[in-house]
Design a binder for this molecule. Sequence first.
Ligand code: SAH
Ligand code: MG
Length: 194
Amino acid sequence: MEEKLLLIEEYAKEKKIPIMMKDGIEFLCKYIKEHNIKSILEIGSAIGYSAIKMALVDKDIKVVTIEKDINRYNEAIKNINDFKLVNQIKIINDDALNTEIDGKFDLIFIDASKGNNINFFNKYSKNLSSCGIIVTDNLSFHGLCENEELIKTKNQRGIVKKIKAFIEFLDNNKDFYTEYVEVGDKIAISRKKG
Ligand code: SAH
Ligand code: MG
């Protein structure tokens, strides 16, 4: 099991696929375990790494995960089969901005294109169970959000701007309150107010 996970980590590194950082995914898995989370919706599967890690926390956990890139989707299918997790993980090959998902989830994990975080948050908050949480990854963008002098390209500047707008959106949200955790590339944990 551990060995197979290492192979996926190596594959991701080689192909420059931005899977969750080690401490980030460990934090999330611990949270899932401690809060008895059983249903998860993930936006951005890539090659299935985080979905597999989360599904392995408990055999009663069900994950629905969306990936728009066909090659990553195919690789994810391969990995999910390899871990014999087809009964726990349902992967959808689609653009999450256009997908309609039924049902409610204890955890919605947003880990796709940083510029669309507000859209994903607004679109999928209807799928959150009343005590559920929305976790969003990559709020630091490898330190660039806190250290703007390190920004080198126009593209990076654009992404930093969008992440900052997302943080402002969270901080001013009337329906959710959010705490930030400095693990991995920094994550936000949002809960419904009241
Ligand atoms: N959660 C994964 C990493 C995801 S990387 C892990 O930790 O293992 C982000 C992924 O989101 C990429 O593979 C990208 O193709 C996908 N993505 C970006 N925008 C998307 C969208 N609108 N709909 C679905 N997937 C998207
Ligand atoms: Mg990420």
